[in-house]
Write a protein that binds this ligand. Structure first.
Ligand code: AMP
Length: 263
């Protein structure tokens, strides 16, 4: 017997129901969170009891998953971890690792699984992920998803679906703040108030090198070949919710918030 977990139900109420049913039927109450906490504590990585609210945001480059993920992060007070931002930060730092990443990311290709898995798995063991986290851009291959599921339970996968034409249009206007990483778009919602200047910190807005048309085409192909199979992977696990992301940010956001349990 499986009891579905809803993030909007008070945790103590849910625990009481589960343990009463367990006593009435004389069957054990096995909580996946309990198992995961025990595993993490075995590692000695974390000691606090955690309530997990773990989400993955899935979607092609330009689908708007990063923008939706940062909004949900603010609403739920949990970190949004963007694998792309982590890689860009490494590239800025320079060094041996950066040189390796550059070989892939500038061509729109995925960096090798083992490199990104290690980075993300270390990141989600950090203290600020104790009450949950959002993964934006990870996993991107079945092998990454399998590595992730060995470590944590994922409550819901939000799949933002946008057609290729809309993606090309959006990518042609996308610009990012050099200083704080905020994303704007001159051909969609999220236009900066003043051309070329970040609304948040005044930094200069620049185009990402991997947003050039040829690289976007390569990234979409990579998405289709390597990341798209994750939709089936998570559908089979019963955690995938697909949302039409071709609408304006605010309309899409209503559905996204509902899907993560905010009513
Ligand atoms: P993004 O901003 O998420 O589109 O990521 C930018 C680039 O970082 C991608 O084109 C890849 O080269 C690399 N990258 C980001 N996330 C991953 C991942 N989960 N697996 C492999 N490469 C990644």
């Amino acid at each position: 017997m499986i009891f579905e977990k809803f993030s909007n139900v008070d945790r103590s109420v849910e625990d009481n129901i589960n343990s009463s049913v367990s006593q009435m039927l004389g069957v054990p109450n096995i909580s996946s969170e309990g198992i995961i906490h025990a595993e993490l504590q075995k590692d000695g990585e974390k000691s606090d009891a955690c309530v997990l609210k773990n989400f993955i945001f899935l979607g092609a480059p330009g689908a708007g998953k990063g923008t939706q993920a940062s909004h949900v992060s603010k609403v739920l007070g949990i970190p949004s971890i963007s694998s792309g931002d982590i890689i860009r930060a490494e590239l800025k730092k320079g060094g041996e690792k950066a040189e390796k990443f550059k070989l892939y990311s500038e061509k729109g290709l995925l960096v090798p699984d083992e490199m990104i898995v290690e980075i993300i798995c270390d990141r989600i063991k950090e203290e600020d992920c104790c009450n949950g986290f959002i993964l934006d851009g990870f996993p991107r291959t079945i092998s990454q998803a399998q590595a992730l599921e060995k470590m944590v339970h994922i409550d819901r996968v939000i799949n933002i679906v946008v057609d290729a034409e809309t993606i090309y249009k959006r990518m042609s206007g996308r610009c990012v703040c050099e200083k704080c990483g905020a994303v704007f778009n001159s051909v969609a919602e999220m236009r900066p108030k003043s051309e070329g200047v970040c609304d948040l910190c005044g930094g200069a807005l620049v185009r990402r090198t991997d947003d050039e048309e040829q690289t976007v085409r390569e990234r979409l192909k990579v998405y289709h070949d390597q990341t798209f199979p994750l939709e089936e992977f998570y559908t089979k696990k019963g955690v995938l919710v697909s949302i039409d992301g071709s609408r304006d940010f605010s309309l899409t956001s209503l559905d996204v918030l509902k899907a993560v349990g905010v009513q």
